[in-house]
Design a protein around this ligand. Structure first.
Ligand SMILES: Cc1cc2nc3c(=O)[nH]c(=O)nc-3n(C[C@H](O)[C@H](O)[C@H](O)COP(=O)(O)O)c2cc1C
Length: 350
């Protein structure tokens, strides 16, 4: 078996590096570049039927920030600690044109042993089901169903969804899986105190994968204008999110117990982070902001770095899945240490 091959439900990816959707996955050029950079899967920029959701893209704004919350230039030279605050909207094309783009790029992806994944964000369920059926009829082998965007509270009413209740996740996933024969991957919000419950609801309702977990919202006051940067709250992410993602992945792995596969997302910035997400329980991991900020070489480098890591460890990527999660102990299992805490406080406090 090739070293990086991984399985998600019924599907096999040549490697676990997924080019996750954001604005660089809108135009043909971005999709092709991600495919050619060697991604195992590429997720198209999401669609739905909501006109306000499309209008939101025309009012979208983005800022890259350093660790002192100062805007920094966008591009590959940004420091690894760069974080992104943004407000986004959905794919600008109408559904039929979006589906045509999916179909043509699915074929290009297939020629590169890459999986092109269509993504539908929930607005109205009947519309989502109708779009999903058309995706299936077009011959696409999987659907990503995003019910966990960060923005439902901030966007126009009904434009996108942030589902935080397990019963809603179950109901929506079941509605999809009952209609579709192709696998459904459910993208979940991280704005929850219990992501594993959401993942279990998605798995019990037939979702083959849970994508864990969507970005959080943030608001950053600008000291000069004394207004929020970008004028609103926004999705906020960066490298720091990786441990939060890994924590959710580990808990989801324990809760799902193999019932569905996990895809890690949020804070993955390169091949070593893909390995970390896999050690935490993911079968694959998505990168969005890092690629949108730095370009498609991030994908190429991530695949190479992961390959080198696996080679050095004498392991296949598949063998990484869940190793750290399964080694995770409870606080009560840890040995008592001799005044260890005293090394971590200012001298005066002793
Ligand atoms: C500007 C922007 C646009 C995004 N658009 C979409 C989208 O259309 N569909 C979707 O499922 N996720 C979308 N996302 C979410 C990303 O796919 C990803 O889940 C999130 O950014 C966390 O991963 P990251 O840390 O790699 O960016 C978007 C993210 C950003 C920053």
């Amino acid at each position: 078996m090739p070293r990086l091959e991984t399985h998600i439900g019924d599907l096999t990816l040549k490697n676990p590096v997924i080019a996750a959707p954001a604005e660089h996955m809108i135009a043909d050029g971005g999709l092709k570049a991600a495919i050619k950079a060697g991604a195992g899967a590429v997720v198209m920029k999401s669609t739905n039927e909501s006109l306000p959701a499309k209008a939101q893209l025309r009012a979208a704004e983005y800022v890259a920030l350093d660790s002192r919350w100062r805007p920094v230039p966008w591009g590959p030279d940004a420091d690894p600690s760069t974080m992104i605050l943004s407000r986004s909207g959905l794919h600008p094309l109408g559904f039929e044109a979006w589906l045509d783009q999916c179909i043509s790029h699915y074929r290009i992806a297939r020629d590169h042993d890459c999986l092109l994944i269509p993504s539908v964000i929930l607005a109205d369920l009947d519309h989502a089901l109708d779009m999903a059926l058309q995706v299936q009829q077009a011959g696409l082998p999987v659907l990503e169903f995003n019910i966990g965007t960060p923005y439902a509270r901030e966007a126009a009413k009904g434009a996108v969804s942030t589902e935080t209740a397990a019963n809603r996740v179950a109901e929506l996933t079941r509605a999809m899986t009952e209609r579709l024969d192709i696998p459904v991957w459910v993208k979940l919000t991280g704005q929850s105190s219990d992501v594993p419950q959401l993942a279990r609801a998605a798995a019990d309702a037939g979702g083959q994968a849970a994508i864990v977990a969507g970005r959080l919202l943030g608001m950053l006051p600008d000291l000069d204008t004394q207004e929020p940067m970008l004028g609103t709250s926004g999705g906020f992410g960066g490298f720091w999110n990786l441990p939060l993602t890994c924590h959710w992945l580990a808990l989801c792995r324990a809760t799902l117990n193999g019932k569905a596969d996990l895809i890690g997302i949020n804070g993955v910035t390169g091949g070593h982070d893909v390995a970390r997400a896999m050690l935490a329980g993911a079968s694959a991991a998505g990168l969005a902001s890092a690629v949108m900020l730095r370009g498609f070489d991030v994908i190429r480098e991530s695949v190479e770095t992961l390959d080198t890591y696996c080679k050095d460890k004498g392991m296949a990527a598949n063998d990484l899945i869940g190793r750290a999660a399964d080694a995770r102990k409870a606080f009560a299992d840890m040995p008592e240490l001799d005044d260890h805490w005293k090394q971590f406080v200012p001298r005066e406090s002793l």
